[in-house]
Structure formats: structure tokens, C-alpha cells
Ligand binder design. Sequence first.
Ligand SMILES: *Cc1c(COP(=O)(O)O)cnc(C)c1O
Length: 233
Amino acid sequence: MATVPSTFAERLDHVRSCVATACARAGRLPEDVTVVAVSKTKPVEALQAALESGVRDFGENRVQEAATKIPFLNAQGLRWHLIGHLQSNKVKSAVELFDVIHSVDSLPLAIRLNRLAKEHGKVMPVLLQVHLGDEVTKTGVLSDDLPALFCESSQCSHLRVEGLMAIPPFLAEPEAVRPFFRQLRELRDKLQQQFPEKPLLPHLSMGMSHDFEVAIEEGATMIRVGTALFGER
Ligand SMILES: *Cc1c(COP(=O)(O)O)cnc(C)c1O
């Protein structure tokens, strides 16, 4: 029987070897897939252990919670990813705390983010969060409204639109999520064809603990992994 990894370092090794295997299947390079360690609800000590194992990309879904942890973790090359819905009254703190925002899903939000990034003297890398067909969550731009959001937000001087993000429904069978991952990739490819003069969208943020291997096969460049690294929440 396979042993269940128990330390953070062992779980990270396991996730990395699954990433490598999925990349090999898809003819992709493991370096092209960033594992974002989703540390929401976990205490600073857990993040410290992750840092010591070499993690540099952390994902948090709440600005307020992140504000209580980020100041306590320091290392070269740390990148904080906001993966949860961003409320307009939290944008200023988000700009100060985070390095990448995965959840831009409306033009008013993009405009506000752009203004506060400018005030903060920062160009903020962002992803546009798309609401895919059957999704239960209410966040994300509808795919019909995505081209307009891309056009407008890519003109914001202090935003750098780098790709798309989605949170497909949780389905017990990872293979059942594949059509959603594929849909996100196709939406990205279509946008690039439709607007060849616009910046490239290299990133697809998709795949979580139980389905990231399928997401990688469909082109994920950022996978957001919580439970498989930090244990159950
Ligand atoms: C919590 C969360 C994750 C991680 O989920 P796991 O199943 O624990 O890997 C990924 N993405 C988002 C947006 C989340 O909120």
C-alpha cells in the first residue's frame, strides 16, 4: 500500500511528481506550470513550513485574512496570488498586498484596480475570471461579455492582463471537469484570434487538488492547490 505523505515537504514532492507526470503526458514542461499553494484558513506556521520547503507562490482568497499573514512571511521572490472574489472596498489593500490578482470579473473592478495600482505606483498583473456554463458560483464574467472586458481592461495603463481563470464545478470524477478546462483554453484562443493586436494571454489559472492533472493536460499554467499540500481545511 502506498504511504500517505505526512509532512509538507512530502506532500509537495508528491504534487510535483504528479505535475511532472501530467506534463509528460501532455508533452509540456513542468517549468511552465506554477503550483500556487493555497494557504487560506491555514496559520502563519503552516505557510512558514511551506516557505522552508521552497514554495514561493501562495494563494489566498480573502484580502483581510491575507493581511494578517503576509507581513509575517518574508523571502526573496515571494508571490502572493489573490484567488478569491475582490470587493471594491478591498481593492486598495489588495493592491498593496498582492502580486497577481486572478479574479478580475467586471469592468468597474478593473477600472478601480487600475486607479489604485496607479496611485500605488504599481503595474498589477491580472487574470480575468470567467464564469463557465454550469458553474454554481456566481462570480466570473460571462463568456459573452469576456471580449469587451478584455478590450477595456487591456487598455488600463496599470493593469497587465495575462490570462484567464475559472473555478469549474466540483465533480467527483476529475475527467468530468475536462470540458470546462478545455472551454477556458478555447475562450483564450478565440480572444487571441479575435484581437491579434492585443497583448498575449499566456496564462490559464485552472485546476485544484483533485483535478489539476486534467487541467495541466488542457493547458493550465497555474494550478491552485490547497488540500493536497496543506491537508484538509
Ligand atoms: C480553496 C481554493 C482552491 C484550492 O482548493 P483545494 O481543493 O483545496 O486544492 C483553489 N482555487 C480557489 C479559487 C479556491 O478558493
